[in-house]
Design a protein. Structure first.
Length: 157
C-alpha cells in the first residue's frame, strides 16, 4: 500500500509540474530526485534567484516507511571554482514520516551547496544538503535530534 502511495505521488508530480511550468508563472518549476537515508521524488519551486521551496515524497531504505518533507531554502552567498558557480543555502521546513503505526514529525534546518549547470548545456541543478532534524513527535526514532541529509538533482522546466 505504501509503495502505491509513493508511486501515485510521483505520477502526480510528473503530470502537474510541466502543466504548472507552462502556465507562465513568475517562478520556475523543477522536478527530480533526492537520495539520502531514503529515495525521494522531489519538486522545486524557485520563487526568485535567492529563494526556493523543495517538497518531496519518498521511501526510507532502513524501515518500512514513507515520508514527505517541505523545505524553504535561501541563498546566503555564492562562490566560484574556476568558471563553476556554487550557491550556499540555508533553510527550514518540516519532515513527516509514517512508520507502520507510528507517525513522526520533525523540524529540519539544512545548509547546502548547489551547482546550477548553464542553461545552454543542460537545465539541471545538483545539490547537497545537511542539517539537524529536531523531532517534535517521536515515532520510529526515540532520540530528540537526528540528521537530515540528501544529495539531489533537479531538472528545470
Amino acid at each position: 500500500m505504501k509503495k502505491r502511495i509513493v508511486l501515485g505521488g510521483i505520477l502526480i508530480m510528473m503530470v502537474l509540474l510541466p502543466l504548472m511550468a507552462a502556465s507562465g508563472s513568475n517562478g520556475t518549476w523543477s522536478a527530480g530526485v533526492n537520495i539520502g537515508t531514503g529515495a525521494q521524488s522531489a519538486a522545486q519551486y524557485r520563487i526568485n534567484e535567492d529563494l526556493d521551496i523543495i517538497m518531496g515524497i519518498g521511501v526510507d531504505f532502513f524501515s518500512d516507511a514513507i515520508y514527505g518533507d517541505v523545505v524553504a531554502n535561501y541563498k546566503v552567498t555564492e562562490f566560484n571554482i574556476d568558471k563553476a558557480k556554487f550557491d550556499v543555502t540555508v533553510g527550514g521546513g518540516a519532515l513527516i514520516g509514517f512508520y507502520n503505526s507510528d507517525v513522526e514529525l520533525s523540524v529540519v534546518a539544512p545548509a547546502g551547496i548547489t551547482y546550477r549547470f548553464d542553461e545552454d548545456v543542460i537545465p539541471l541543478d545538483v545539490y547537497l544538503r545537511v542539517g539537524p532534524a529536531i523531532r517534535i513527535i517521536k515515532g520510529y526514532q526515540t532520540d530528540l535530534i537526528g540528521i537530515y541529509s540528501y544529495i539531489g538533482a533537479m531538472y528545470r522546466f
